[in-house]
Ligand binder design. Structure first.
Ligand code: IPM
Ligand code: MG
Length: 376
């Protein structure tokens, strides 16, 4: 029987629909070549839908829950007050579906320009695992004397042992399938309470994984080491806010937000995982055909790995890398090809099976293999 997967598609706002449509075209090609099918359901979500209906994540939660995986475009629009969609949809989904680990590979692909002089693909192949449901992202806090010169703002960061354990354990397993090195990134010298709990958990779980070498780097020092000596890192595990910040830095190192991608993984099979490019909705260039769809297509590759379609995942990544390596620039009109043309080229390569698998570093196989299986 043909393997089949049910996928919820949320194109969202701005450039989201354009890049997701490229990813779906590549998915068609992958299905034709690799012998599986998907049943796709598209959902209206994002700024336009919110402005019309007032609906946020709660309106689709139950329907999305049944999907094997979620493919997400981007969300955000200048007409909606900043924070409403971020908290009411994106963070709500990560929390309600307990997408505990935000896996963000930082890979410099062959032929892709990086602003870091002399950096080579061999030296830049790491994965950042960001805790995705807690920390400062719980949105707890309070304001007293608002609007007066004595205004007081308290913003809390929540850190639970269970929340840290699940993401640290996942990171150890990921490291086992790769170069066997795990780095905790935090700020233990200042955020002492949270830092101690993170360090304790890493030390305790580390005893179960004696093959993995454990390392620690402060988040400020990470901003120094990551661009200059990325080869020092294999898997980096960190809290929600630090992860948000250092993965943008990681994206710059690997050529920009247009190529960076992520998997928001539910680790216990109770709800679907979600796959998205790291870039935002970029409303200023929406509809101009100048967005790079690579980030969205690489998130499709991660999704395929998660669904157990490892061969298709590698083929999609290899085809994307081949096309990316031939572009004169990674963003804007200077790319020389439109969003749709890049998508079609990648889809054609996937369909013909002609992309060179050598373009994909081996360690991605470990990354994909360690992703927890989808719910079916
Ligand atoms: C990201 C984004 C989100 C975050 C925003 C859009 C809420 O920056 O996925 O990194 O802060 O997590
Ligand atoms: Mg971010």
């Amino acid at each position: 029987m043909t393997r089949s997967h049910s996928i919820a598609v949320l194109p969202g706002d701005g450039i989201g629909p354009e890049v997701v449509s490229c990813a779906l075209q590549v998915l068609d090609a992958a299905e034709a070549r690799h012998g599986f099918t998907t049943e796709r359901r598209e959902y209206a979500a994002g700024a336009g839908h919110y402005l019309e209906t007032g609906e946020l994540f709660a309106a689709v939660e139950e329907e999305l829950r049944d999907a094997d995986a979620i493919l997400f475009g981007s969300m955000g629009d200048p007409r909606v007050t900043p924070g409403i969609l971020e908290r009411g949809f994106i963070l709500e989904m990560r929390q309600r579906f307990q997408q505990a680990a935000n896996v963000r590979p930082v890979r410099l692909y062959p032929g892709v320009p990086t602003p870091i002089a002399d950096l080579t693909p061999e030296r830049c192949e790491l994965v950042i695992v960001r805790e995705n449901t807690e920390g400062a992202y719980v949105g707890r806090g309070s304001t007293v004397h608002a609007g007066t010169p004595h205004a007081v703002a308290m913003q809390e960061s929540l850190n639970t042992r269970a929340g840290i354990e699940r993401v640290v354990d996942f990171s150890f397993r990921l490291a086992l399938g790769r170069r066997r090195r795990l780095t905790l990134c935090h700020k233990t010298n200042i955020l002492v309470a949270a830092g101690q709990l993170w360090q304790q958990v890493v030390a305790e779980l580390g005893e179960r994984y004696p093959e993995v070498e454990v390392d620690y780097v402060h988040v400020d020092a990470m901003c120094f080491h990551l661009p200059l000596t990325p080869e020092r890192f294999d898997v980096v595990v960190t809290d929600n806010l630090f992860g948000d910040i250092i993965t943008d830095l990681g994206a710059v190192i690997q050529g920009g937000l247009g190529v960076a991608t992520s998997a928001n993984l539910n680790l216990d099979g109770t709800a679907p995982s979600m796959f998205e490019a790291i870039h935002g909705s970029a409303p200023d260039i929406a509809g101009t055909g100048t967005a790079n769809p690579a980030g969205a297509i690489l998130s499709l590759a991660l999704m395929l790995g998660h669904l157990g379609e490892g061969e298709a995942a590698r083929a999609v990544e290899a085809a994307t890398v081949e096309v990316l390596g031939g572009l004169p620039a990674l963003a804007g009109p200077a790319m020389g090809l439109s969003t749709g043309e890049i998508g079609s080229r990648i889809a054609d390569l996937v369909r013909s099976g002609e992309a060179s698998a050598e373009l994909v570093p081996d360690s991605l196989l470990g990354t994909l293999a360690a992703l927890p299986a989808s719910r079916r």
